[in-house]
Design a protein. Structure first.
Length: 329
């Protein structure tokens, strides 16, 4: 059977990708380790509580790490792998979008705690999924039942990261396409973007919106003009190190204030402001910007996180259960 229309080919490939994602995900289930490691969630929770109590700013980065893992080769823990000492090949964590990731040592600590009780049983990919849930709850966000049973991938390629991780300068069309390629809907896009209510960003991720948006020394007209001076006081044009709160005033609390900021045209990234360019995402933003409660958003976020955690998972006999998260067995 020959396809002459490239659009048809693209749609066919997308359908196959989504079908593969869904079919593998059917093997994931709540209580997967009920017999082999019944206390795994309690072990992870105790470890994360200890880490977040001493380093609370790690909660948002560890939530982000799960996203970065799932969008590249699926939720297989490949973002955790180090390059081997006898190889010059770079891995995912060496790619530009992942250079700002933090918390790899924390995942190693949690994995060690799990290994002491249940050696060779629980995957690093499942630990990442559990940590993302516990990090969200620690930040006063929602919680959910995590479906487990993922296995760890053995491959991590530097070149896979950039094409698969949507950058902060993507417009709405590019974002929708990026999420659709992973089996996620437009609603999932705007819901998961709500995680920008916690954490910080380097100035370099958005400074072009302040100083040189179209290459002639101008600022982004979609960014609130009264907000720009507040950002320029913090970020010089060449600043590569300063961190700015994603959600000023409540960046340590998982709430709906992100949507209020975006509605006021104060989202830090182009990928935030462009959510106002689509009718579905714009309606969602406005609804929560004018809401006084979090229950609806929390319910949506939990559902979208479960869905994201299903992306291209390895199950059954695929992959392996790594003894150490940074190295294949």
């Amino acid at each position: 059977m020959a396809f002459k229309n490239t659009n048809v080919i693209a749609i066919f490939v997308l359908v196959l990708a989504v079908f593969g994602t869904c079919s593998n995900a059917q093997s994931l289930k709540v209580g997967f380790y009920k017999k082999t490691c019944p206390n795994v969630e309690a072990i992870v929770k105790k470890s994360t509580d200890t880490i977040f109590t001493s380093a609370p700013t790690l909660a948002a980065p560890l939530l982000r790490m799960h996203f970065h893992d799932c969008f590249v080769r699926g939720c297989d823990g490949s973002v955790l792998l180090n390059a081997t000492t006898n190889s010059t090949t770079q891995v995912e964590k060496d790619a530009i979008p992942n250079l700002s990731l933090r918390g790899f040592g924390s995942i190693d600590r949690i994995k060690s705690a799990v290994e002491k009780k249940c050696p060779g049983v629980v995957s690093c990919a499942d630990i990442l999924a559990l940590v993302a849930r516990d990090a969200t709850a620690f930040l006063k966000g929602p919680t959910w039942k995590v479906r487990l049973g993922r296995r760890d991938g053995r491959v991590s390629n530097f070149s896979d990261a950039l094409p698969n991780l949507p950058p902060p300068f993507f417009n709405i069309t590019q974002l929708i396409a990026s999420f659709a390629s992973k089996g996620l809907s437009t609603k999932d896009l705007v819901v998961l973007s709500g995680s920008h209510t916690v954490g910080t960003s380097h100035c370099s991720s958005f400074s072009n919106r302040l100083y040189n948006f179209t290459g002639v020394g101008d600022s982004d007209p979609s960014l609130d003009s009264e907000y720009i001076p507040r950002l320029t006081r913090k970020c010089s044009p060449t600043d590569q190190t300063t961190l700015v709160e994603m959600d000023p005033g409540s960046f340590k609390t998982f709430d709906i204030n992100y949507y209020t900021l975006v509605a006021k045209r104060r989202g830090l990234f182009t990928s935030d402001s462009t959510l106002l360019a689509d009718s579905e995402t714009r309606a969602y933003i406005r609804r929560h910007a004018s809401s006084s409660g979090t229950s609806s958003f929390f319910k949506d976020f939990a559902a979208s996180m479960i869905k994201m955690g299903n992306i291209e998972v390895l199950t059954g006999n695929d992959g392996e259960i790594r003894k150490r998260c940074a190295f294949v067995n």
